[in-house]
Design a protein around this ligand. Sequence first.
Ligand code: SF4
Ligand code: SF4
Ligand code: SF4
Length: 548
Amino acid sequence: MIIGEKRQTDLQKCVDITIKVPPLRVRKTDIEAQVEYYISLYSRDKSIPRRKITPEALRRLQSYDFPGNLKELRDLVERAIVQAGETPELTEETFWSVDTKKKRFRVNLLNAYPKLRRFLRSAWWTDRINYGFVVPIFAIVVLVLFLGPQTRERNFALNLFWAWWWTISLIIFPFVGRIWCSVCPFMIYGEITQKISLWLFPRKLKSWPRQKAEKWGGWFLFGLFTLIFLWEEIWDLTNTAYLSACLLLLITAGAMIFSTIFERRFWCRYLCPIGGMNGLFAKLSMTELRAQQGTCSAECTTYQCYKGGPEKGEGMETDGCPVYSHPAQLEDNRNCVLCMTCLKACPHRSVEFNLRPPGIELWTTHVPHSYEVALLFLLFGGVYLHHLPELQFYLGLEINLNNFWAHLGLSLLALVIPIAISLLANSFIKLYCTQNRTKARPFIKLAYGYLPLVLGGNLAHYLHLGLTEGGRILPVTLATFGLDGTQLPVIIAHPAVISFLQGSTLIISTLLTFLLTQKIARQPLRKLIWQHLASLIMAISMWKIILL
Ligand code: SF4
Ligand code: SF4
Ligand code: SF4
């Protein structure tokens, strides 16, 4: 250190003129050249091939202010190269910095409940649950859907799928976000296929075409979800067992096919329609998985959570994050499937499972995406789609739903109702802002304010099925095998109770939508009044078609 300082002083003595260079935060255009320079220095020094930086990663660096200036940039680049391992590209996930704002209002449940940590690090989460229970149960469900009676009141698998699964998964989003994806049979079959195919044909699986997938993956899953919705409505999937089985097999086939081509869980990260929905609603969750950035940047050199690797200290042997997310870099819940691989792999106890204000990322670290907004409005439209007869009644239409084209037309109309109302409200906001010479927030950002209402509307719809048919599961199970189960107990909520719960869900989600919109926009109420009005109109219309 003393020698270093002496050299610096000697050097200063030899220099006549000192040129002061502005800090990095005011010359962001230099970042690219600087990064390239550090990459080549490090690669030459370590005799490794030069890595390329992706445009997304560069944009991420350019949006950061670098309080530590060049030294911080150099550290970030070197850390990214180590984390990337043999991957030829330095992606967004490999660049992350310490941001203390992200740590506000969090309680780490793993510290508060050590038993939870032990459970999540045990073989039960998720291997034993998945391979011991989920795999055989899913196989039985699909078989029963194909071979059993075809209606919901006589097929327990159909009852489980539509009355139980949908209701429960919508209820748990605000609590544990995307947890379904950690015990999802589609992907377990995908992983099994990947392992078998590698055993039969040993090879290196393809790395992900990330740029294309980031650009088009969301639109692919949006398109697939639209087709599924139309298929569900026009062919009455909810009451036709073999078609429901086909839907399950379609998603499983996607997971299996892409798992034999690409490494890890490419389908889950970019293409799965259910995963897209789960990722969207997970943003509202009151829990999150993250890592302590300070610990990661100061202590870690192996990045086992991301890359995988052998056992090290407390860290267990794993293959790394299946969806290529880095827990220290996560800024929203969309890209975490809560598999806890990183928690098992981390040797430094850096991974946390936090309790947080629900949906906080939406007004702090969130980056909007147009394909996500499209999916949000599609799911919104799904509520209207599920109530076409009521919609016809209120719109005064007389359409014969037995006619395929008329049915298709009305279904498409139902799907576009929410986006049409929201766009209209947004044009009034823009008009108001133009008249008052202020700036309106972009539609794509404000649209996330509707998210609680989308979840609430879907839940209000499925509550009816869950509370009327879910409790009939015992007699329906016997009926599936041709037996008489009329003597078995059934639990059905009184219609008044169901209406009360549906109504409360809609009221609470509307109020949360108002609140979230205000938080996201950070603008006075009068500027957002049109969006609030749009939310209110949609809440009332959903009330009318679902409850009345
Ligand atoms: S993304 Fe889709 S296939 Fe993957 S775990 Fe989630 S629901 Fe299953
Ligand atoms: S979470 Fe653990 S393994 Fe991953 S970078 Fe941080 S300290 Fe390293
Ligand atoms: S960040 Fe951790 S919990 Fe989330 S998907 Fe990756 S490994 Fe699993």
